[in-house]
Design a protein around this ligand. Structure first.
Ligand code: SAM
Ligand code: SF4
Length: 445
């Protein structure tokens, strides 16, 4: 293929927050090469699709997305398929569609500049998994929003029987302490007031501090909380088995650590949890949730659920509904089980009829939606700090996040990056309204 030198790129990220972070880093990398980001694929010379392979629907969506990149005159931009579909399918992608020029896995995207050059004379695949070198090879952080992501841990060794992550993201690796602290300072210098630490299993993060002492995620959070100008810290996604007492206590002791925790449980049935290879029980999960409520009574709790896992009976499903009722979630993500090629659960012979899964998912989501609305209502009348993140739909509206990760709509002359004091007024299913009180920030929620 013979294309003029590439000037404009467009990146579309699908799936998890780690993909969003990777998308930002690829964007910084391409800008450091003199290219410019554009808002639409139609005006780009290079389109990067940063894909998700977690469920079949997400993976398949990519191929229709690629088809849409063909222009009316039959031409197309250079297309790089990145992310977990690229990792899982590798060269097969090129057999499935002629439109893709570059296939690059989540651990190899720092090679993009060389891959683009090579792609001028033929299709290229890079799904190497070198340790750490990706982060070392990336340029410095650039302008970021009020709330920024920072990947501290990648990969997973848990091998839940339904999940592709250990295969697409590789083994569990923690980034070194010093690099994380350096990146956090850079983000704050560029305007971030909140940092969300990311990892497939973020609470499995381990490392050594500058004095050589071994530390867990709670130690890292304590160190980051000392950074002037950094007002809020969050972390996601955690696994119940890595939820240490030290990390739980941190929620009661560190004001900058926001009163919110996303802790997926997947099912309330011990029989199903065992078949999922989750290595925790419904009871041990509830014990953790109760400890968190003890140390931080106003903590908002969130989770992930899978319904219709192979062999799930109505009784197992009822156990999940019971667990949800006991915890009381402020926010949750729920999915119908999707068999993924190469995972043990895909070969189990007791697959559930998709119609039954769909019906269970509806019942589960009705309960979770009700809990989210109830949570929003319970917060009405509370004073809270809100970090303003973006403009709202109406001209005078701004939208920010409460400490409990609710979207808060404010009508007041405030700017992105402001931390403002509000009284929460009206509750909707997905957001609350905030009555502006003051620009003054206060230390705790
Ligand atoms: N590490 C996190 C944990 O242990 O819960 C989750 C990471 S995974 C990227 C995000 C969520 O996708 C999971 O919590 C699970 O609910 C869902 N998920 C993963 N594999 C799935 C599958 N095969 N079918 C349906 N949902 C799935
Ligand atoms: Fe997937 Fe999370 Fe299980 Fe790892 S712990 S295999 S990322 S669901």
């Amino acid at each position: 293929m013979n294309r003029p030198s590439l000037k404009h790129f467009y990146i579309k990220s699908f799936g998890c927050q780690m993909n969003s972070y990777d998308g930002e880093r690829m964007s910084e990398l391409l800008e450091s090469q003199g290219m410019k980001a554009v808002e639409e694929a139609a005006t780009a010379d290079l389109v990067v699709l940063n894909t998700c392979h977690i469920r079949e629907k997400a993976a398949e969506k990519v191929y229709s997305e690629i088809g849409r990149l063909r222009r009316p005159d039959g031409s197309s931009p250079m297309i790089a398929l990145a992310g977990c579909v690229a990792q899982a399918e590798g060269a097969e992608v090129l057999a499935r569609t002629k439109m893709v020029d570059i296939v690059v896995g989540p651990q190899a995207y720092h090679h993009l500049p060389e891959l683009i050059e090579k792609a001028a004379s033929g299709k290229v695949v890079d799904i190497d998994m070198p340790l750490e070198s990706k982060f070392d090879a990336l340029p410095e952080r650039r302008q970021v929003g009020a709330s920024a992501f920072l990947t501290v841990q990648e990969g997973c060794d848990k091998f839940c029987t339904y999940c592709v992550v250990p295969y697409t993201r590789g083994a569990e690796v923690s980034r070194p302490w010093s690099r994380i602290v350096k990146e956090a300072h850079a983000l704050v210098d560029k305007g971030a007031r909140e940092i969300t630490l990311l990892g497939q299993n973020v609470n499995a993060w381990t490392g050594e501090d500058e004095a050589g002492r071994s530390q867990g995620l709670d130690g890292l959070i304590r160190a980051l909380a000392k950074i002037d100008g950094l007002e809020r810290i969050r972390y996601t996604t955690s696994h119940p088995n890595d939820m240490t007492e030290g990390l739980i206590e941190a929620h009661g002791e560190i004001d900058k650590l926001m009163p919110f925790l996303h802790l997926p449980v997947q099912s309330g049935s011990n029989r199903i949890l065992k078949a999922m290879n989750r290595a925790h029980t419904a009871e041990s999960y509830l014990t953790l949730m109760n400890r968190l409520k003890e140390v931080r009574p106003d903590i908002a709790l969130s989770g992930d659920f899978i319904v219709g896992f192979p062999g799930e009976s109505e009784e197992d499903f009822q156990a999940t509904l019971d667990l949800i009722s006991e915890v009381g979630y402020s926010l949750a993500f729920s999915f119908a089980y999707s068999p993924r090629p190469g995972t043990p659960a895909a070969d189990m012979d007791n697959q559930i009829d998709p119609e039954i899964s769909r019906e269970r998912l509806q019942r589960l989501q009705a309960l979770l939606n009700q809990q989210q609305f109830d949570f929003n209502q319970q917060t009405i009348g509370r004073k809270a700090t809100v970090l303003i993140e973006r403009k709202g739909k109406k001209a005078d509206q701004m939208i920010g996040k409460s400490p409990w990760l609710q979207s808060v709509i404010i009508e007041a002359p405030v700017a992105i990056g402001d931390l403002v004091e509000v009284t929460l007024t009206d509750a909707g299913p997905n957001s609350v309204k905030g009555q502006f009180l003051d620009q003054k920030q206060f230390a705790t929620a």
